[in-house]
Design a protein around this ligand. Structure first.
Ligand code: HEC
Ligand code: HEC
Ligand code: HEC
Length: 246
């Protein structure tokens, strides 16, 4: 490259820059559409955010689960909205003499728990569910003896996606912040302590049922446990007579 060539290139570049500068400076009209574009994009973004938030709120309602994938959630909503101290109906349609025996009703009334307080959404699980729904790659497994009701889950299945131990479903910082030992302490004033791990550490959901009357499992063998049957609870014998089990 000769000297003159170099100068020419530099001059051309400078003039190009000048023209570009002028184009911006001398054409204020060009700013308007850009501003309008910015406003339009802002509005679209706002709509997306509001619609997204609306969808998010709806997605947290039982009507979403019922509308999109599952069976209608009405029997679960009814057991959740039942009033402790009053008679109610379980998810299978059996009578419950006191709704406080249904953990979902009890927690709603005592702590204001929502469905998602217990059925904690895990993002990876939701994304997988969404993908399966889009591809139709899922199956709703119904109770074989009671039409229209899902198979009963236990706490281990409910914590599967989050990788928590089953009992962390209940024993965790935001719910029952205690150890098994402290739980045994809590009910040590009873003649027969249901939480003592005499034989095994039973899952909480062995006895505490969310959407049907809780069942005092120990009554299967210890008849004395039935003397202190909490309101609305069932003995093993009565629970086995229910119209549908698991
Ligand atoms: C206090 C915690 C809690 C609340 C609140 C709660 N659930 Fe559950 N849910 C459970 C547990 C525990 C199970 C496992 C079965 C059982 O123990 O009864 C379950 C099971 C289920 C199942 C699986 C099917 C079955 O019968 O096991 C569905 C569906 C369900 N719940 C929906 C809901 C909906 C909808 C709401 C809100 C209207 C709700 N749950 C509120 C704890 C809760
Ligand atoms: C063998 C049956 C059984 C099992 C298993 C069981 N519970 Fe209980 N639980 C009971 C009974 C019965 C009561 C007394 C209920 C009442 O008085 O209304 C009770 C009461 C409770 C209470 C109230 C205690 C109080 O008086 O303040 C809590 C909290 C509780 N259980 C949590 C749990 C948790 C968490 C698990 C699992 C780690 C669990 N339970 C496992 C039967 C059981
Ligand atoms: C399948 C029957 C069966 C079930 C269910 C059962 N137990 Fe027992 N339990 C026994 C037998 C039999 C004994 C006496 C022999 C022994 O100590 O193992 C016993 C003994 C006990 C003892 C020692 C004191 C005593 O009364 O002799 C305690 C405490 C106890 N069980 C608590 C529980 C609790 C709490 C539950 C419920 C979570 C439960 N058991 C469920 C059969 C059962």
């Amino acid at each position: 490259m000769t000297n003159t060539d170099e100068e020419k290139t530099v001059r051309e570049a400078a003039s190009a820059a000048d023209t570009a500068g002028n184009a911006v400076g001398s054409a204020p009209a060009a700013k308007r559409p850009r501003k309008r574009m910015a406003v339009t994009l802002g509005v679209i973004a706002a709509i997306v955010v509001v619609a997204g938030a609306g969808l998010w709120v709806w997605h947290e309602q039982p009507s979403f689960c019922g509308a999109i994938c599952h069976m209608p959630m009405s029997q679960y909503v009814d057991t959740y909205e039942a009033e402790p101290g009053q008679a109610a109906t379980d998810k299978w349609g059996n009578e419950v003499s006191d709704a406080s025996a249904m953990t979902a009703a009890y927690h709603r009334s005592e702590t204001g728990a929502t469905c998602l307080s217990c059925h904690e959404p895990v993002l990876s699980e939701q994304v997988a569910e969404g993908a399966n729904w889009v591809s139709g790659n899922y199956e709703v497994v119904l109770n074989p003896t009671f039409d229209g009701v899902l198979l009963e889950r236990d706490e281990n299945q409910l914590t599967e996606a989050s990788g928590k131990a089953g009992e962390e479903f209940c024993l965790n910082e935001s719910c029952h912040n205690m150890t098994r030992e402290q739980l045994i302490e809590k009910t040590s004033d009873r003649d027969f302590n249901p939480h003592v791990a005499q034989h095994d550490n039973y899952d909480c959901s062995t006895c505490h049922k969310a959407h049907r009357a809780s069942v005092y499992y120990c009554t299967k063998c210890h008849s004395e446990a039935a003397d202190e049957l909490p309101a609305g609870w069932l003995t093993m014998k009565d629970a086995e007579k229910l119209e549908a089990t698991a």
